[in-house]
Design a protein around this ligand. Structure first.
Ligand SMILES: Cc1ncc(COP(=O)(O)O)c(C=O)c1O
Length: 553
């Protein structure tokens, strides 16, 4: 390793009289315990619960290691080596980071390191005066950076002229994120309880995501004409996690569902059942917006403008017990498609007895059972897949949203039964399953399986709902029900929730309202309990205020 710059973080040599107040007491008390390497990026892992520091290590930073006499805390003063990227530092001037250090004698210890952000503090030893000057310079630089990108007003102006007006966006423009927090162009922070509608499950700027992005920068796309190393590995992980057999990679949830419908038709035809072409779905379902996926989406508001849609679709109302199942699922049914937890309709977990009855009806007539876990799958409920919370297993499973950690990736996973449904040339995608998306996804699947992330989702999700139900008891006239599993939470209000979402946005909290009255929360899996508490305290005030507005009775 080539030493780039000698001892840039020299806390040990900083004189107490020159130290910034927050670190003053530490200086001068250090006892050198050896030399060592720090493993990993200099991230505050407290912000990313569930991350394993070891596997983030690509940067090796050497330096002296000191121990404080009082509490035994260990601190490293570091040299900078090739491969280290100062861009990894956050914008603050002083950063306290927990790291693992390997001492020369191979002992591994946890330690705190204190570093200057080199972007802000390029010199090695600074005086108090310089420190204040640098703060001022940093503020100026941030101002300059801000002025380079278009303002919200300018962006709204451009979009209103050039972008199809299909979205009613909230009046905010995000420019960066960190852990569970997003920042707008004015520097205001927002705690994220929607995570890009269930996509950004590791929050923002996660150290492991950053590493993959850097390592994969030289090969983003290859097309499915050729192999790349990651699609097969990811498919293996998904197959092993689901107990199904093979995977097709698409880009979105809609595409995953669309492909699953095509697979069902093709498979039935391959069995010689030419007229087994119908689909059955649930009332209030949402499966996407292409013509096929829209055809199995029950809600009128999405369908109406585009009719006629694919014929031969029947809908069952899961609120009517099991009646309707036998009539709808017939010898003509190619497949039944169900969201294991209905998301868009307001977070409704599908009743287990109902699911079992559907599974039996499918088996009776050899129809495929497709579970759409685009929103509720991949850790959201505290299990890798939501069907693990039920007593049924699907023939086909559709996933997307968090699969590529923000890079579009969807997939349908097919069980043994229909594994030969599609042959070469039957289905395809230019982008589906590209190297960048698959590699990110592999990292995510690894984290889901190796770390405490799932346990966290279950535990923090329980806390969330428990606290929310307390709020509900206090405000029983305003909150009808709190539903969900893991970190997929819906709260049904007794009045329209649109203005609640707008007011919460003003207060710096992101969530959405679905089906007019249901507040939907899909926070990142790294959300922390104090953040939930803070959001709920604000929400209670806003709900009370908004329920009193004219027209809300
Ligand atoms: C259950 C379900 N299926 C399908 C979709 C469509 O996914 P996408 O928007 O990625 O096409 C969604 C999107 O919200 C969804 O919640």
């Amino acid at each position: 390793m080539k030493l780039l710059r000698e001892r840039i973080f020299v806390y040990g040599t900083l004189r107490p009289s020159l130290a910034p107040p927050e670190l003053k007491e530490l200086i001068g008390q250090w006892r050198k315990v050896g030399d060592g390497f720090v493993h990993g990026r200099l991230y505050d892992l407290g912000e990313y619960p569930g991350a394993v520091l070891d596997s983030v290590s690509e940067t090796r930073i050497a330096g002296e290691v000191f121990q404080l006499p009082d509490d035994g805390a260990t601190i490293a003063a570091l040299d900078l080596y090739e491969g280290f990227d100062p861009e990894d530092f956050s914008a603050s001037l002083f950063v306290r980071r927990k790291c693992q250090v390997t001492l020369e004698d191979d002992r591994r210890i946890e330690c705190w390191i204190y570093v200057y952000n080199r972007r802000v503090a390029p010199s090695t030893i600074i005086s108090n005066g310089d420190y204040l000057k640098m703060q001022a310079e940093a503020a100026v630089k941030m101002e300059e950076a801000k002025s380079e990108s278009p303002t919200l007003d300018q962006t709204q102006q451009l979009e209103s002229q050039y972008v199809m007006p299909t979205y009613a966006r909230g009046p905010v423009m995000f420019v960066r994120g960190k852990a569970s927090m997003l920042y707008d162009d004015k520097g205001k922070s927002y705690l994220d309880f929607i995570s890009g509608i269930g996509v950004n499950v590791l929050g923002y700027d996660h150290p492991r995501v950053r590493r993959v992005l850097r390592e994969q920068a030289s090969l983003l796309h290859t097309s499915n004409l050729y192999y790349h190393p990651y699609q097969g590995q990811l498919a293996e992980r998904l197959v092993k996690a689901s107990g199904l057999a093979r995977v097709f990679f698409a880009n979105t949830g809609t595409e995953a569902n669309e492909g699953a419908l095509k697979l069902a038709r093709a498979w039935q035809r391959r069995q010689g059942r030419e007229d087994k072409t119908e689909f059955v779905a649930l009332t209030n379902s949402f499966h996407g917006r292409t013509m096929g996926a829209l055809s199995i989406t029950a809600q009128e508001k999405y369908r109406k403008p585009f009719e006629p849609l694919v014929p031969g679709v029947r809908f069952i109302d899961p609120n009517n017990g099991q009646s309707g199942i036998a009539e709808a699922i017939s010898e003509k049914t190619a497949a039944v498609i169900i969201e294991t937890i209905q998301g868009e309709s307001g977070v409704h977990p599908v009743n287990d007895d109902f699911l079992k009855a559907v599974r039996e009806a499918c088996d009776k007539v050899d129809a495929l059972l497709i579970l759409d876990e685009v929103q509720c799958g991949l850790g959201r409920t505290g299990k890798v897949f939501a069907f693990e919370n039920t007593s049924v297993k699907p023939d086909v499973l559709c996933v997307a949203k968090p699969l590529g950690l923000g890079v579009p990736l969807g997939a349908f996973i097919v069980g043994e039964k229909a594994v030969d449904g599609l042959k070469a040339g039957d289905h395809g995608s230019t982008f589906g399953g590209g190297p960048l998306a698959c590699r990110l996804s592999l990292e995510f699947m690894e984290m889901l399986q190796e770390e405490q992330l799932l346990q966290r989702v279950a535990e923090v999700g329980n806390y969330f709902r428990k606290q929310f139900r307390r709020l509900q008891r206090r405000q029983s006239g305003l909150i009808k029900e709190v539903r969900g599993l893991g970190l997929m939470v819906g709260a049904e209000l007794t009045f329209n929730g649109k203005s609640v979402v707008a007011k919460m946005l003003e207060r710096g909290f992101l969530m959405n309202c679905t089906h007019d009255t249901v507040l939907r929360f899909l926070p990142p899996y790294i959300i922390r309990k104090p953040e939930i508490k803070e959001m709920l305290a604000n929400l209670e005030e806003v709900i009370v205020e908004e329920s009193k507005q004219p027209g809300q009775d």
